[in-house]
Design a protein around this ligand. Structure first.
Ligand SMILES: C[S@@+](CC[C@H](N)C(=O)[O-])C[C@H]1O[C@@H](n2cnc3c(N)ncnc32)[C@H](O)[C@@H]1O
Length: 375
């Protein structure tokens, strides 16, 4: 897959994050190119707000054209932040005057130019629009890049409902750019969804969280097979809504529990849920991180629980699961265990056996297996 981005005046080297793990996947798509093409035809702006820029194609493109532009850059994934920052460096583009932000900032950040990549999750998109309706004055424009097949009347109506009237450009490379104009009415944000599991655990799902409003079936299966023991340091790796770690905190009352996720909203949701279940003690810790890269050095886990993702954005990939297993092995103490739930067909047992030299099948049903590897 190419890493050489070339579009009219722009020439960049762009990789996904981490760069070496998924060399067969491209770091940008034609909707990024389309947005950069559209703004090239406009007068230069003094400031820009960039939202959902997966690995920094937009920030790098804009920066290459306008080295002095002030940029507010908003993304939920830590790996997007790390990828964009690495791509700026690789292309010798300055990171000065760039505010690296998460969605929390959307209600009060504004710029002359706003670019947004349409996310797959339309509830999340609607929340982003509502937040922008509070910060962007009447008449402000957002340019929204998306695949043409995702643009229809329902999407334009959703934009009109949450932000203001919208119209789509002609198709170029199977993508279109929607122009949405703020109508000046500030929409209140919806509070995150609050719901309960069968075991009466309260969970909280912000819009961009995996299984935001219902229990994942893999997680349900994992909960039925949590190991017994006196665990002291537990990690919920890829915590999502936090259901595995919160249950571990109840089940192992002497354990410190570390919740880790790439999605800022996942870590925030798990943290809010710990309060809602009166579990917020000093033994719970929340980390917005790419796998266990920045887990504090003094954490030596005796149990890592993991329901790994099998995609990154829209791309199906097992590199994150592999990195999670590698990181878990590094951070487990001798004798500690990694317990994984996964779809049967993903073949995680092969990876675990290769890495740990052992892998036990704890349980299985027609769809999932629960695997345990010991360091
Ligand atoms: C299948 S979901 C599991 C969520 C939750 N543990 C559950 O069982 O419902 C996988 C989680 O991994 C997170 N994730 C993806 N890439 C990650 C990475 N590089 N580092 C940490 N977490 C990641 C996703 O955001 C998602 O919340």
């Amino acid at each position: 897959m190419t890493t050489q981005f070339q579009l009219d005046d722009l020439q960049l080297t762009l990789t996904r994050y981490p760069a070496n793990a998924n060399a067969n996947l491209q770091a940008w798509d034609a909707a990024d190119e389309h947005l950069l093409k559209v703004i090239a035809a406009e007068p230069a702006a003094g400031s820009a707000l960039i939202i959902n820029d997966s690995f920094g194609a937009l920030v790098c493109g804009l920066r290459q054209r306008q080295p002095m532009i002030q940029i507010h850059w908003v993304a939920d994934a830590k790996t997007s932040h790390l990828g964009a920052q690495e791509n700026l460096q690789v292309n010798r583009l300055s990171g000065d005057a760039i505010n690296w932000l998460t969605d929390e900032a959307l209600t009060d950040v504004a710029a002359e130019l706003t670019l947004l990549k349409l996310p797959k999750n339309l509830n999340y998109f609607a929340e982003q629009l509502k937040a922008l309706s509070q910060s962007l004055p009447a008449g402000s424009r957002i340019l929204i890049g998306a695949k043409a097949k995702h643009i229809n009347q329902a999407l334009l109506a959703l934009i009109a409902e949450h932000f203001g009237p919208a119209s789509a450009s002609l198709t170029w490379k199977k993508t279109r750019v929607i122009t949405a104009i703020a109508d000046g009415k500030a929409r209140p944000l919806a509070p995150p969804v609050r719901w309960q599991t069968d075991e009466q655990l309260t969970l909280i799902g912000m819009a961009n969280v995996f299984a935001a409003t219902k229990l994942d079936i893999g997680a349900r299966f994992m909960l039925q097979h949590l190991p017994q023991g006196e665990f002291k340091q537990v990690v919920d790796l890829g915590c999502g809504n936090g259901v595995l770690g919160l249950t571990a905190a109840q089940r192992y009352p002497n354990a410190s529990v570390h919740f880790v996720d790439d999605a800022y909203q996942a870590v925030s949701s798990a943290s809010l849920a710990s309060l809602a279940n009166s579990l917020a003690t000093e033994r719970l810790h929340f980390h917005w991180d790419d796998c266990l890269t920045n887990l504090p050095a003094d954490v030596a886990a005796d149990l890592v629980l993991c329901n790994p993702p099998f995609h990154q954005g829209e791309a199906i990939t097992d590199h994150i699961a592999w990195q999670m297993f590698v990181d878990a092995k590094k951070r487990l103490q001798q004798g500690g265990m990694l317990q994984v739930v996964g779809n049967r067909h993903l073949g995680y047992h092969i990876k675990l056996k290769r890495l740990f030299g052992n892998c036990e099948t704890v349980a299985g049903n027609s769809k999932f297996v629960i695997l345990r590897a010991t360091k």
